[in-house]
Design a binder for this molecule. Structure first.
Ligand SMILES: [Zn+2]
Length: 347
């Protein structure tokens, strides 16, 4: 494929591709909806400006600018010439045509890759909100504004099923923005097609309180206990009745992300000290880490031997009161390894 056919799939399929006017209209609606919900409109990123180095295939939904997370675009940038040094598809002087919208601050995106998940989420206590339907699977993503503590990125599951079929995109996980057109292969026939992300429910972005939001999505968090843990739990500890559960979740979170047992031990010990009252059964903490490792082996049907020795060594200094790590380190590890791993490309 030449660059020309890749950037202008519209030539042969003009009806499927929005005109510049239609594109601007959809973008205008979205920006207006963000504004009326009190959300920051400087939240856009360029997608589809690169090719896969190995296959040479166009990557229509991929963020491609280095450090895009830290340099969001304004709506004003939609019409400015694309002079991104990294964009391989724009002709000079033309504005960039493919945009993503990044979650963060108070905006979260509830993204379903399976129609059943979308239907189930639509039957929760969550209010109706703005929806943008994807180009390929034709499944709407729901846009929400959250009040209260920050929601973390989460994988969503249909209860009792193993594979994740959606995400809560909350922190530098994006979706493709409305009226962006992408080429794709038909899921059944493999035929080349184009499709456009479109606002299919044009209503206000609903504002939801953190606790209500978390309560509504909890049934879809899957069997991984680590997903059911918030950074607030880690930071502030929890009350007596919840201590063992939350500390075990934290152990799972770190161990399953491949963090060393010693770091995990120090981390959960820190949370244990913040609980009311503090949790001081350090032998139990060690058991939690071992159980977390076994839980992972069992859940993923794999055998890990490399942590056995490390597991023996954890808590060798358990009786000292000195902390090995700071809360800041724990939180950074939590975010870095547990949320930014894996799939940050929109579906
Ligand atoms: Zn461009």
């Amino acid at each position: 494929m030449t660059e020309t056919t890749q950037t202008q799939p519209a030539l042969t399929r003009s009806t499927a591709t929005p005109t510049l006017n239609e594109q601007q209209e959809q973008q205008k609606i979205l920006v207006q909806r963000l504004k009326e919900a009190g959300l920051n409109t400087k939240c856009f990123l360029k997608v589809g400006g690169s090719f896969d180095e190995k296959t040479g295939e166009f990557k229509p939904k991929a963020a491609f600018e280095i450090g895009w997370q830290n340099k969001p675009y304004n709506p004003e940038d939609f019409t400015k010439p694309c002079n991104s040094a990294e964009c391989k598809v724009c002709s000079s002087g033309k504005p960039h045509m493919r945009w993503g919208i990044n979650a963060g601050q108070d905006l979260i995106l509830l993204d379903s890759d399976d129609r059943r998940l979308y239907d189930a989420l639509s039957n929760t206590s969550l209010p109706e909100t703005l929806e943008v339907t994807s180009a390929r699977r034709k499944i709407p993503a729901k846009y929400y504004a959250i009040d209260g503590p920050k929601v973390e990125n989460l994988h969503l599951y249909i209860p009792e099923e193993k594979a994740s079929v959606g995400e809560v995109r909350a922190d530098n996980w994006y979706v493709v923005a409305p009226r962006t057109t992408i080429p794709y292969k038909d899921l059944k026939t493999g035929e080349d097609k184009t499709g456009t992300y479109t606002i299919t429910k044009n209503i206000a972005i609903a504002r939801v309180e953190y606790n209500s939001f978390m309560k509504a999505i909890t049934p879809f968090l899957g069997s991984d206990p680590a997903q059911r843990l918030t950074i607030e739990d880690i930071e502030n500890g929890v009350s007596e009745g919840e201590r063992a559960t939350v500390l075990f979740k934290e152990a799972c979170k770190f161990i399953h992300a491949g963090i060393s047992p010693q770091f995990t031990y120090d981390a959960i010990k820190l949370t244990a000290s913040k609980c009311t009252p503090p949790f001081t059964d350090y032998e139990e903490l060690k058991r939690m880490i071992k159980n977390a490792a076994q839980y992972k082996d069992k859940a993923q049907n794999i055998q890990t031997t490399n942590t056995a020795e490390q597991l023996q060594q954890i808590g060798a200094e358990a009786t000292t009161t000195q902390e090995h790590i700071t809360l800041k380190e724990v939180k950074e590890t939590f975010k870095k390894w547990l949320y930014l791993e894996g799939d940050d490309e929109a579906e």
